[in-house]
Design a protein around this ligand. Structure first.
Ligand code: 2M8
Length: 434
């Protein structure tokens, strides 16, 4: 299995970074690269460092790490939205977009500091020789500063996402409500490239795409400036912010390894955890929920909690300083009726098994994803559920191998869906095998 996983990663390497998969996603994606680096470190620590450094090389002046870095050698029609839609090098000038390369203008979850720390740990001497941590540190600091300063749209200490592509769970039922207020772009104003490679029943709908296009175009037309854009979609997502907290902890370790003062990052991690609990915890649901900042809400906190249960609401298990009662409730929810891990399903589904919108095949509306399950495995271990983490690791490996490293799987049967030879599936399997 290790050999097959390495073969996938070698096949998807382009010389400076790794594509998620050649057909469906032929460029570099932000959070994919973080997960890929976590696996690549077992194959080649140097290549894992390059993966992250290539991504960080596309960072904007305001600190954002774009969610896609486009490969110029790939034809424009191979992926939509292409560089001529985002027009980052010109439209993003005021926000400091690089002039020499093309990127998207939105972001993805901040897993990068965590990945950088794990890559460093794989071979600390080789890392020190290249000055890897010293190189990435200022960029990671600027990235976290961007999220803290420009994206705290709710004013409560969490980073908001402004497009459903930002939390990485594109068509999660959690976005159905917030998205319903967005007027879709005309169907004939864009052409989807994903349906050439993926089955329509496994992918977001045309109506979803119309809304994705509208939101991205409006952000672009405001120069990607957060202060200027209206952000009609603004949501505090528990998965995004849990990864932010975990990455602040990693940044504290990186800072300390470089001889700096780590406390500021530890304090930020603690503040993020507190804000997660204060703004997104639902005792009644036994999990974290997302907060729709544009919904009318009653009470002192802006917006309203979205009642849909996503697997993102379990990811705060990655925060070591979670209040014990909250961690205990999450551990129960993971195996309860809504997620059924280890009881009715083999892998954690992306969405509530009992939710009206649950679909075991459609992208982020039910299928199990390997990155989410790998994160949960860490969270279970962190909160003392080692045996359950071991069992989950076994299921992840079995499903990854049986499905030929599928992009996602049916959570009940483990049957592969989406594309195959998917890089983060191979990378995270490799990590669990190490
Ligand atoms: C999916 O998202 C992209 C847009 O960013 C797409 O559907 O074209 C998501 O699964 C996302 O989480 C992932 O990073 C990306 C590349 O694998 O694909």
């Amino acid at each position: 299995m290790r050999r097959s996983a390495c073969r996938v990663l070698i096949g998807n390497w382009t010389g400076h970074s790794t594509v998620p998969s050649h057909g469906l996603y032929p460029h570099q994606w932000s959070w994919n690269s973080a997960f890929i680096a976590i696996g690549l470190r077992h194959l080649s620590p140097l290549r894992a460092q390059r993966e992250l450094e290539t991504l960080l090389g596309a960072q904007w002046g305001d600190g954002r790490i774009p969610h896609i870095v486009f490969n110029r050698a790939v034809p424009l029609g191979a992926y939509f939205p292409s560089p001529d839609f985002w027009r980052s090098s010109t439209a993003g000038a005021a926000a400091g977009a690089p002039r020499a390369l093309e990127t998207s203008g939105i972001v993805q979850p901040p897993v990068h500091a965590l990945a950088a720390w794990l890559v460093h740990r794989a071979d600390p001497e080789a890392s020190a020789r290249r000055g890897f941590l010293a190189r990435v540190h200022p960029r990671l600091v600027a990235w976290h500063r961007y999220l803290a300063d420009r994206r705290d749209l709710g004013g409560g200490g969490l980073a908001a996402v402004v497009h459903p592509w930002e939390p990485g769970m594109d068509n999660s039922p959690c976005w159905d409500g917030p998205l319903a207020r967005i007027e879709p772009a005309a169907a004939d104003s864009f052409r989807r490239a994903d349906l050439v490679h993926g089955a329509a029943a496994d992918r977001p709908t045309d109506l979803d795409y119309g809304r994705y296009v509208r939101l991205a175009a409006e952000y672009r037309d405001h120069g990607y400036r957060d202060a200027a854009a209206a952000h009609p979609f603004a949501v505090e997502d528990p998965g995004f912010n849990a990864l932010f907290a975990a990455s602040e902890h990693a940044l504290a370790r990186i800072t300390q390894a470089l001889g700096g003062e780590p406390d500021v990052h530890r304090e930020r991690a603690a503040a993020l955890t507190d804000a997660l609990v204060a703004r997104l915890w639902s005792r009644e649901a036994g999990q974290f929920l997302s907060r729709d900042l544009r919904a009318d809400g009653a009470g002192p906190v802006t917006g309203r909690l979205v009642r849909a249960r996503s697997a993102a609401g379990l990811l705060p298990l990655l925060a070591p300083d979670l209040p014990p009662a909250v961690a205990g409730a999450l551990l129960e929810t993971v195996r309860g009726a809504h997620f059924g891990l280890g009881t009715t399903v083999r892998l954690l589904p992306s969405y509530d098994l009992r939710g009206a919108a649950f679909d075991p095949h459609r992208y982020w509306r039910g299928p199990a994803w390997f990155n989410v399950n790998w994160l949960l495995e860490r969270g279970l271990r962190l909160h003392g559920a080692g045996e359950r983490a071991d069992a989950l690791a076994g299921e992840i490996l079995r499903a990854a191998e049986d499905s030929h490293f599928a992009e996602y799987v049916d959570p009940y049967t483990g049957a592969g869906r989406g594309t195959r030879d998917f890089s983060w599936t191979a990378a995270l399997a490799l990590d669990l095998l190490a």
